[in-house]
Each structure stands twice: as structure tokens, then as C-alpha cells.
Ligand binder design. Sequence first.
Ligand SMILES: *[C@@H]1O[C@H](CO)[C@@H](O)[C@H](O)[C@H]1NC(C)=O
Ligand SMILES: *[C@@H]1O[C@H](CO)[C@@H](O)[C@H](O)[C@H]1NC(C)=O
Ligand SMILES: *[C@@H]1O[C@H](CO)[C@@H](O)[C@H](O)[C@H]1NC(C)=O
Ligand SMILES: *[C@@H]1O[C@H](CO)[C@@H](O)[C@H](O)[C@H]1NC(C)=O
Ligand SMILES: *[C@@H]1O[C@H](CO)[C@@H](O)[C@H](O)[C@H]1NC(C)=O
Ligand SMILES: *[C@@H]1O[C@H](CO)[C@@H](O)[C@H](O)[C@H]1NC(C)=O
Ligand SMILES: *[C@@H]1O[C@H](CO)[C@@H](O)[C@H](O)[C@H]1NC(C)=O
Ligand SMILES: *[C@@H]1O[C@H](CO)[C@@H](O)[C@H](O)[C@H]1NC(C)=O
Ligand SMILES: *[C@@H]1O[C@H](CO)[C@@H](O)[C@H](O)[C@H]1NC(C)=O
Length: 455
Amino acid sequence: MIALKTSLSAAFLSIVALNSSGALAYRWFNWQFDITCEATGFFVPANESELVSFVKSQYPRKTLLKPVVTFGGGWDLVDLIPTLHDHGLQVQNLGSEKVQNYIGASTTGTHDTGKQNQNLATQIIGLRVLDSQGNIHVIDKDNNLEAFRVAVGALGIITEVTIQAEPVSYLKRTNKVVEGPSNITELYQTIADIGAKYEQININGPNLVWNSSTQQLVPSTNLTLVYWEPTNHTGPANCSVDFCSNDCGICNRDYTCYDYKMNSIATTPAGICYRGFMGQFEHFFPVENLAEAGTDYFNYAISQSDRLAPYQGIKDILAAQGMSRYESDDVTVITRFVKGDDTWLSPVNTYNLQPNASGVFATLEYSWVPSYNNFTLQWFYQDLASEFIPQFGDKYNVRPHWNKMLFNNDTYASTIYPKINDWLEIQEQMDPQCQFVNPFLVDRLGIDRCRSLFE
Ligand SMILES: *[C@@H]1O[C@H](CO)[C@@H](O)[C@H](O)[C@H]1NC(C)=O
Ligand SMILES: *[C@@H]1O[C@H](CO)[C@@H](O)[C@H](O)[C@H]1NC(C)=O
Ligand SMILES: *[C@@H]1O[C@H](CO)[C@@H](O)[C@H](O)[C@H]1NC(C)=O
Ligand SMILES: *[C@@H]1O[C@H](CO)[C@@H](O)[C@H](O)[C@H]1NC(C)=O
Ligand SMILES: *[C@@H]1O[C@H](CO)[C@@H](O)[C@H](O)[C@H]1NC(C)=O
Ligand SMILES: *[C@@H]1O[C@H](CO)[C@@H](O)[C@H](O)[C@H]1NC(C)=O
Ligand SMILES: *[C@@H]1O[C@H](CO)[C@@H](O)[C@H](O)[C@H]1NC(C)=O
Ligand SMILES: *[C@@H]1O[C@H](CO)[C@@H](O)[C@H](O)[C@H]1NC(C)=O
Ligand SMILES: *[C@@H]1O[C@H](CO)[C@@H](O)[C@H](O)[C@H]1NC(C)=O
């Protein structure tokens, strides 16, 4: 098999394919991960005519070709995805929105859902990284790719990324509302069973809703299942015309749609409808723990009525004044699934799993949404969100998402990122003067040699 590379930073389509040297072998999977093969090499032509010659030379040999993409570090998904599409390509997976920088999203561990779908970062097969002394480092499978794919900006400036691409395909998306049991233990057993049944699913709910007469958070246990399936549909693409995620439109209704994979997974550029304050974390843990961890998390959230009460009166005041406010459930939980990987700082790294673990992770995303932006309340949400890992982290092998609220200390980091010391060594080589570090990273990861700079 041959890997083909498309250079999006150039005006022309240039292609990289493999040579016999096996310089950059790469294992390839189709989107369902049911077909796999190993590329035995890589070839980078300077331009289109070289590519044409190369492809012509491979034709008599019947060499299989596989597209790979290179582009500059500044590309946003909203530009990248249509450009790929123009070339008949897509990526294996995306997060739920396209208004993100590709490097920013992938190198912080952004993911979507699917038991055989991995973080965006696993699409990365090569990087050019500028270190703090001005040297360019070429990072690939044989050169610390596992350290760099999720590096949260601390290993240097990424000037170029090469990602695995695949031919465009369609997905069918289904939204379905189901009634969950009101008993929370049974509810999370149901959620775990649903997760076991579907290959690629996003489970929205349960929610907590404030009842101002009883001054209590009340569970609402209906679930909206959103799941994706392969399809041979060739009719109109209609997912992006009616996309309800990211707080755009009402999602808890039954419908189906068909679209190109990228549009069926991620909202269109305009599709982000809430950008106010919120308390939000997302925690990953081995899927085997879902029923139990889900129950413990939700019971803990339910038990917070007394602490939330002082902030709830504003709703009645705003309502009485006829003021508009953001309408939402007070707390929303979303459950998703991600296949583990070998990236050192990935939240779903598999280095400390039990030998009998499946290697699949479940995620719980908790969102506490206020009626309006108020810092006092926002700090309270921070306090509340910070309490979950100390409570449940060790018990369920919980790892936090880099892009959401994250509070762990360096002791905990060394448990959940067993390769942290190797990573810190590379960090020092790339950045001897701590120019890519900040106090947040010092505390989370224990970059002790940089600590005095920020005191
Ligand atoms: C393509 O690149 C090769 C190798 O650098 C060069 O010899 C050739 O002139 C280039 N062709 C075009 C059309 O730029
Ligand atoms: C829960 O779902 C059931 C079945 O779809 C529906 O009849 C009911 O109205 C829903 N309840 C709420 C509170 O949304
Ligand atoms: C919820 O269900 C579990 C398992 O079926 C049971 O052990 C527990 O007693 C139930 N809790 C309540 C409050 O009914
Ligand atoms: C709040 O709780 C009371 C007492 O259980 C109930 O009668 C009322 O319908 C609830 N209000 C809302 C908005 O759910
Ligand atoms: C698509 O069509 C092929 C060939 O007819 C068939 O084998 C496959 O099962 C179909 N896939 C789906 C998802 O319907
Ligand atoms: C999308 O089109 C299909 C038919 O091709 C239809 O069954 C479905 O209801 C449509 N979905 C939406 C959201 O319009
Ligand atoms: C924010 O909420 C707190 C607690 O409800 C309240 O005391 C404070 O006045 C609010 N601040 C603003 C600016 O509305
Ligand atoms: C895996 O092994 C652990 C420790 O031996 C055990 O507690 C657990 O039940 C096993 N899990 C599965 C899914 O077999
Ligand atoms: C670090 O975090 C862990 C897990 O939350 C906690 O058990 C431990 O007490 C913390 N250590 C320090 C020194 O704060």
C-alpha cells in the first residue's frame, strides 16, 4: 500500500506516496476499523508532475495508494474540511464543532464518540516543530510521535502537520428519545447497556432541573440517543440543515438524516449557539467503570442543592422582570465513548490499564449552565467541578480533558500519565528556558524546574 499526501498549503495538489525504503510505515484502518493494513513506506514529491510520474510508475505494479494530508499549523477545521472535501477526502473523525484550529483541537486531545474512534490526535502521523532555540524538529512515528501528538503547546511551535485522511463517505445519524429509569443505579446500568449496544453513540442526559418551590435539583432521566451508522444512502445530504447540537435547536426529538461524515458529526460553522459562562468538565475512564462511576457522579451532583440554592433566586427575579435569560437545564450530563491510544498525555492513554481492560473509555461531560454571566457563580462551579477527581479519580481511573475544567495535581498526573517523566525530559530539551510553559502546566504536570519563574 502507498500513502498519498496532499499539500494544502500549496496552490497545487501534491501527493506523497510511499517508496520502498519503508521510511515511514503507517498502519491504516478504515473508518470502522474493520479493515486494516500497514503502509510500508512514504514518498514526498516536490510537485504535481513528480506525483504524476510516481503514480504512473506504480501503475504497472498495481501498488495500493493511500492519501495523507499535510498543511500548515494555522488551518481551522472550518477551512480544512471543505478543502479536503474538494479533494474527495475527509478525516477519520472530528469533534462536535468545526470552528476550531486543527492543531489546537488535536494536540489537546479533542475527540468525538465511538468505541472504535480515537482522539483527533491519532490522525497525526507527522509534525514539524520549532523548538525554543529556533531548530526545526521532524516528528514522526520513529521520532517521539507519542510525546508530541498531545503536547498542549509545551513542546514547541507546530509549523506543519501531516494527518491520515480517507476518501469521503456518508453516515446516517439518528436522534431518538428514550425514557430512562428514575432509579439512578438502574439508569446508569441502562446507559452502560446502551453504550455496549451501539458502535458510535452520544447519550445526552440525564439532566438536573432546579425546582424553585422545593429548592431542589430534580433529576430528569429521559435520554436522547444520537447515533451514527454506515450507510449506502446516495440521496440528498440533510444533516447540516437541521443540526441541533451545541445548543442550537431542540435535540430531544426523533429524527434521522444522512450526510457526508464530517457534516453528520460536526456542526456547520454557524452552529455554536451558546458562548456564555458555564462550569464544565469532561472525565474519561475505562468503559468497564461506566455503570458505577456514572451513578456516583450523578448522585454527587444531585446532592448539591443546598450549595446551589443561593444562586437560583435570580431566575425568578429575571422572570418577574420579563428579562430574557439563557434557557437550559441547570445540569446536563453527556456520555460518549473513545478508543484508547498510546499518546503520552492523551486522556485516554492505555499505559496504566488492567491487562484485561478493553482499552475503550467512556466519558462523562458535566455542564452547569447559569442564567447569566456571574463571576461569583462561576467560581462556585469551579469549586464544585474540582471536587470530582479527589472523590472518584483513584477509584475509577479518571482522567480529565485538557480543554475543559481541569484541576489535578502532579502526583495524580504521574498516575494517569505513566510516561510523564519521559515527556518532561523532552519538554526540557525543546524548551530549556521554560518559554512554552505556564503556571497551569507547572502545577498540573509538575514541571518543577520552571516553578520559580512563576512565583
Ligand atoms: C517538480 O520538482 C522537480 C524536483 O524538484 C523539478 O525537477 C521539476 O522541475 C518540478 N516541476 C514543476 C512543474 O515544477
Ligand atoms: C420522556 O420520554 C417519553 C417517551 O419519549 C415522553 O413521553 C415523555 O414526555 C418524556 N418526558 C420528559 C420529561 O421529557
Ligand atoms: C435502585 O436500584 C438498585 C438496583 O436495582 C437497588 O438496589 C436500589 O435499592 C434502588 N434504589 C432505590 C432508592 O430504590
Ligand atoms: C416542583 O416541585 C413541586 C413539589 O414536588 C411540584 O408540585 C412542582 O410541579 C414542581 N415544579 C416544577 C416546575 O417541576
Ligand atoms: C452497502 O451495500 C453493500 C453492497 O450492496 C452491502 O454489502 C452493505 O451491507 C451495505 N451497507 C449498508 C450499511 O447498508
Ligand atoms: C433527510 O432525508 C431523508 C430521506 O432521504 C428523510 O428520511 C429524513 O427525514 C430527512 N431528515 C431531515 C432532518 O430532514
Ligand atoms: C452574582 O451572584 C451572587 C450570588 O447570587 C450575587 O450576590 C451577586 O450580586 C451577583 N453579581 C452580579 C454582578 O450580578
Ligand atoms: C479485570 O481484572 C480485575 C483485577 O484482577 C478484576 O477486578 C476485574 O473484575 C476484571 N475485569 C473484567 C472485565 O474481567
Ligand atoms: C493530589 O491529588 C490527589 C487526587 O485528587 C489527592 O488524593 C492528593 O491528596 C493530592 N495531593 C496533594 C499534595 O494535594
